[in-house]
Design a protein around this ligand. Sequence first.
Ligand code: CO
Length: 154
Amino acid sequence: MAIRNIRKYGDEILRKKAKNVKVFDDNLRILLEDMAETMKDANGVGLAAPQVGILKKVVVIDLGEGLIELVNPEIISEEGEVVEVEGCLSIPGVNGEVARPRKVKVRAMDRNGKEFDIEGEGMLARAFCHEIDHLNGILFIDKVIKFVNPDSEG
Ligand code: CO
């Protein structure tokens, strides 16, 4: 495993659309493992492959309740709306309030190409939405209602 360089705001790759993963090989497994290590090293709770310079639909999330790996994820249903403060490893020092669904259902594949559905509420729903946005070249700052001082965050 290796820690990869996290691309920062201004890097054009963050604005490009990621492509579907079609081959489930060792390269994918290494990417997933490197992304998990990179996220942990940066004290993040989510990371999308474009953030490490790879335009593939691959996401890792860990809110402290175990690692979630998502390949080719898409949101298939959502309900409600919650406004909370968000940040991003690619935009250090910037935080802002973003409205996200309270609950979402995501369809994705695991590292072996097996399809599964996963539901998330609250912070997990927010992480799913934030990371899947990355796969479409969308950053949370595009959706911020109000920027906040990071020091005021709870
Ligand atoms: Co982000």
